[in-house]
Structures are given as structure tokens and as C-alpha cells.
Design a protein around this ligand. Structure first.
Ligand code: NAD
Length: 543
């Protein structure tokens, strides 16, 4: 079966024998025209010296765009422009900056189809999974648009001496944030982390992955339409190991999302400069199906947990632990749903899973599966590439009998592959789930919510979803989201997600008497008086 049409559009087709889903009549080429690409490419800070790079449309393997690349000198210029613009932006009342976020929210929901096309064209993911990015960005824009003033307001604190000292904790913007983002969720990971930086009064120099730069450039354009001064958001492009460090070298704070390996390099560079960094890194996330789980809901949730964006999702589940008493029953339901997923790449809703993003991703996924099978694992469903659908399609795959010496057991595959393990007690499941240096996300399924919360408390991950895959925690944008261990440092979302972009400044005012001997009092008398004062403050439970 060949599903690439003459004009290069990948059609939707079934993973198993179920009928093909609707693919829609639009093609990547008709949606992302040369005029659109040329307009967006003007948003890159690059003077032409850095050359160009081609990106591909993963759905077809054809060239999508030729984009200008930035040199380190361009990065320097981007920082200079951003640095000049930042003070005036920071001087606006926070409500004016928040209004830009709220206008961006409305524009985005109105014009979402434009960015859904770009995300699909650049990543090859299914439209529903592209829409998850719109959901995430709109939620963050709404949250910080409404809550930023309260997160950032001055807070009165207890002074050194009651009545004589008053203290206020203020939040000042860091300045220019260096933001480095990967290709897998190009809209959410470029914009979601920039929103709180902007509303806190910072400028941003963003280096998205070149493969998915059009999506970030579109977002910048929409932000400018919503009222953001153009200079406040700079976008530079280029080779990660060259342009990435040039950004880290100049930033007042670094917001990095990507692999653990690169994250360590970024952290070392930031540490040497004594600038802070948030690091959102990889994972090898676990799902636990307890003995009392609703197996239909769990099987349906597992499909989303493992195969959203073809598993190229940092919080995706790659290890699935099932209680032995329900394992075969659960596996039958999960495998049936997985085999029925409709693979496809039309620029329309209808496909359940799209393509992988790059030949490198396809190679890793194929290698992890093939090596495991060679070493004795069994394929429950999937387990092969689908060149008949497009050059980078791979079937959603469930493996059983995976053992520790197989790469797929402990390494992040970052693809549509999950391994099944059985357990006998909750303790055993928790120990196995925690037996990884990563600690990003996990998912627990049980009918007993108290038990679910108790298990959650013992899992070493930054987020735990009870009876959901990942969207419950990720979508709760008022709560922090991030990783423990090798999955990172710092958090996005909630208070931490915005306060990371600020410096705390304490302004204390002293009235009437100084904090030291005064009015002829000698040192000893002062010490005695202050000792009495300290005792009194404790007695009156001053904090
Ligand atoms: P990557 O680390 O290769 O690249 C990420 C970004 O860093 C890219 O923009 C890249 O150009 C840039 N980069 C590369 N080398 C650099 C260097 N030396 N200095 C500075 N920047 C450099 O990661 P990837 O393969 O593009 O993305 C997939 C990884 O990202 C997976 O491991 C995934 O789990 C992780 N991820 C994590 C989260 C999260 O929130 N925790 C979200 C999405 C993806």
C-alpha cells in the first residue's frame, strides 16, 4: 500500500486492518507556501554570514524550508537589541504586559489552524497532538495573564525590629532570558516558557531547533500582533553546539529544554557564569496499573500515555508496570486499542498517530526494538517501520519480556515503544518505577484514589497523574511541572515557573533608632537590651 500522493501528501491509513481515517485534502505544500516561509524567515536574527539550512517535512521527506542561520555575532546583536528594549518593557505596569498575554490567547484560539499546519508540517505529528500544544500555550497565557500581577506584587515581610524596621520583598526581572528549545513540542516549548518571562518584564533570546523554527517564528509574529515590542523577543537559529553556547554565554538566566546530555553542558556553562538555569530534560516514565484499576480506562489512557506525538514527548510512558492478576486482561485490551490506531499524516483531524520527526529518531526506535527482539523480547503489536505511509512512520509498539540488558529497558527511546512488566505488590511496583536516574512523570491507575495518592507520594517524579496519562498534571498550569534527578532542575508553570525569571530584592526601611548602640548606650548595654528584645520576640511568637 503506497499512501503518498503525487503531490507529496501522506494519507491516513490504518495501523492494523481497520479502515483508513479521513486525511483531508490539504497538503503541506499548499498550507506552508514559499510566501509564508519567506515572511516568517524574516524574523530570524541573521545577517546572511551564517549560511542556510534546509528543514524537511517529515510526512513526505521533502524539503520544507530553507532558513537563514545565525552566527555568534548575530547572537551578540540579538542580545544587544533585546537588552536595549528590555528596560522600557519592564517599566510598563504588569497589567499592561499581562494584557498582551491575554490578547495573544485570543488571537491564538482564533488563528489556531495556521499554527496547527506549521506544527504538523515541521514535526509530522497528528493534528490532535498538535492541538495539545495549542491547549497548553492557551492555558499558560490565560494563567499568567490573570495571575502574574499577584505572583509579582511586592510582599510586606516582618522587619528586623518590630515597629522600627519595615521590609518589602520585591521581584525584579532578570533581564534577558536565553531560551533553548527542542523540536518535539515546538510551539509549547518555545512559547510556554517565554510567556512568564515576558510578563515578569524580561526580554527573551530564543534558539528553537532549526527543524521546527517556523512554528516559533509564527508564535513571535502573533505575539507582536498582540502588542509585544518586536525587539523584546529575538529568535536565533543554528547548530546547537555553536549557537546554543553563544546564547548561554550572554543570558542573564537560561531556560533550557532538551536532552539530559545537553542539559548537563548547559548547566556547567551557566554555573561558570553564576547565572541560574532551569533544565527540563529527558525521562523514562512509568505507568502503574494497580490490581483494582478500571482496565478499560487504563488501556485507553495507556494509548495516550505511550503514543501521543508518536511517543516523542518527554512525559510519555515507556515503562508499563501491571499487577500480575490483571496483566493478561489489561494487555489484551491495550494491544487491541493500539493495533487499531490509525496512522496518518493529512493536515486534518482523524489520524491517531503521525510520523516520527527525523531519520535519527526512526533509527533509534528501530534499533531499540530490533535489539530487544534479538535478545528475546516479544512484540505484542507493532514493531516495524511503515515506509508505505511515509518515510518516517513507525507502528505503535508494545514489547513484552524486556530485560535489563536491553537498551529499551532503561534508555529513553523517545518514540512509540512501551515495555510491559508485571508486579505482585505495590511496593514492588514503586521500587521498580523508581529504579531509574530519571524522574520526570508517572501515572498510576486505581479505583481507590486514596491508594493512588499514597503510591504517588512514593514515586520520585516531578509530576504524577492518577487515572490520567500526563495531561492532568501538565494541564494544571497553576502547579509546578518539571523533573527530579536526571530529568532536570527547576520547574515551569505556577509560581516557580514565573519567579525563576526574577531576582528577589528586599527593601528594608529603618525608622527612629538604628540597629546598634545609640544615644550614648555602650556596647554591653545594647547587647543586654537586644537579648531581652530577642526573648520577647520569641515569647510573642514573632516569625
Ligand atoms: P537536544 O538536547 O539535542 O537539543 C535541544 C536543544 O538544545 C536544541 O535546540 C539544540 O539545538 C540545542 N543544543 C544542542 N547542543 C547544544 C549545546 N551544546 N549547548 C546549547 N544548546 C544545544 O534534545 P532534542 O533531541 O532536540 O530533544 C529531545 C530531548 O528533549 C529528549 O530527551 C526529551 O525528553 C527532552 N525534552 C524534555 C522536556 C521536558 O519538559 N522535560 C520537553 C521536551 C523534550
Amino acid at each position: 500500500m503506497t499512501d503518498i500522493t503525487a503531490d507529496g501528501q501522506a494519507r491516513t491509513a490504518a495501523a492494523g486492518s481497520n479502515p483508513a481515517a479521513p486525511g483531508g485534502g490539504r497538503t503541506v505544500a499548499s498550507a506552508v507556501t514559499p510566501a509564508v516561509i519567506a515572511r516568517l524567515a524574516r524574523g530570524v536574527t541573521a545577517d546572511g554570514e551564517g549560511g542556510t539550512a534546509d528543514t524537511i517535512a517529515p510526512l513526505t521527506g521533502e524539503t520544507l524550508a530553507t532558513l537563514p542561520l545565525s552566527t555568534p555575532a548575530d547572537v551578540e546583536r540579538a542580545f544587544q537589541v533585546a537588552r536595549r528594549a528590555q528596560p522600557a518593557w519592564a517599566a510598563l505596569p504588569v497589567r499592561r504586559r499581562a494584557a498582551v498575554l491575554l490578547r495573544f490567547h485570543d488571537l491564538l484560539l482564533r488563528r489556531q489552524d495556521e499554527v496547527l499546519d506549521l506544527i504538523q508540517a515541521e514535526t509530522g505529528k497528528a493534528r490532535l497532538h498538535a492541538f495539545e500544544e495549542v491547549m497548553a500555550v492557551a492555558s499558560a497565557a490565560r494563567h499568567y495573564g490573570h495571575r502574574a500581577a499577584s505572583y509579582l506584587r511586592d510582599r510586606r515581610r516582618g522587619g528586623a525590629i518590630p515597629g522600627l524596621t519595615s521590609a518589602v520583598e520585591a521581584r525584579r526581572p532578570k533581564g534577558v532570558i536565553g531560551q533553548i528549545s527542542p523540536w518535539n513540542y515546538p510551539f509549547e516549548l518555545s512559547v510556554g516558557d517565554a510567556l512568564p518571562a515576558f510578563v515578569a518584564g524580561n526580554a527573551v533570546v530564543n534558539k528553537p531547533d532549526t527543524q521546527t523554527a517556523l512554528t516559533a517564528l509564527w508564535a513571535r509574529e502573533l505575539f507582536i500582533e498582540a502588542g509585544l515590542p518586536a525587539e523584546v523577543w529575538q529568535i536565533v537559529l543554528g547548530d546547537g553546539p555553536v549557537v546554543g553556547p553563544a546564547v548561554v554565554d550572554r543570558a542573564d538566566y537560561v531556560a533550557f529544554t532538551g536532552s539530559t546530555r545537553t542539559g548537563r553542558e548547559v548547566a556547567q556553562k551557566a554555573a561558570a557564569r553564576l547565572v541560574g538555569a532551569s533544565l527540563e530534560l529527558g525521562g523514562k516514565n512509568a505507568m502503574l496499573v494497580l490490581a483494582d484499576a478500571d482496565l478499560d480506562r487504563a488501556a485507553e489512557g495507556a494509548v495516550r500515555a505511550c503514543f501521543s506525538s508518536a511517543g516523542q514527548l518527554c512525559i510519555s510512558i515507556e515503562r508499563l508496570f501491571v499487577h500480575r492478576s490483571v496483566a493478561e486482561d489489561f494487555l489484551a485490551r491495550f494491544a487491541e486499542r493500539t493495533a487499531a490506531l490509525r496512522l496518518g499524516g493529512g493536515l486534518a483531524y482523524g489520524a491517531d498517530m503521525g510520523s516520527l520527526v527525523s531519520p535519527r529518531q526512526l533509527e533509534t526506535v528501530g534499533r531499540h526494538v530490533d535489539e530487544a527482539v534479538k535478545a528475546g523480547a516479544t512484540v505484542v503489536t507493532g514493531g516495524r517501520a511503515r515506509p508505505d505511509l511515509g518515510p518516517l512512520f513507525y507502528e505503535p509498539t508494545i514489547l513484552d519480556g524486556v530485560t535489563p540488558e536491553m537498551a529499551v529497558c532503561a534508555e529513553e527511546t523517545f518514540g512509540p515503544v512501551v515495555s510491559i512488566y508485571r508486579f505482585d505488590t505495590d511496593d514492588e511496583a514503586v521500587t521498580a518505577a523508581n529504579a531509574t536516574p530519571y524522574g520526570l512523570n508517572s501515572s498510576v491507575w486505581t479505583r481507590n484514589l486514596r491508594r493512588g495518592r499514597a503510591v504517588a507520594a512514593r514515586l520520585h517524579t516531578g509530576t504524577v497523574n492518577v487515572n490520567e496519562a500526563y495531561a492532568a498534571a501538565y494541564g494544571s498550569v497553576a502547579s509546578p511541572m518539571g523533573g527530579m534527578g536526571d530529568s532536570g532542575l527547576g520547574r515551569r508553570h505556577g509560581a516557580e515557573g514565573i519567579l525563576r525569571y526574577t531576582e528577589a530584592q528586599t527593601v528594608a526601611v529603618q525608622r527612629l533608632l538604628p540597629i546598634g548602640p545609640s544615644m550614648g548606650m555602650d556596647d554591653e548595654k545594647f547587647a543586654r537590651l537586644f537579648t531581652t528584645g530577642l526573648k520577647a520576640m520569641k515569647a510573642f511568637r514573632l516569625k
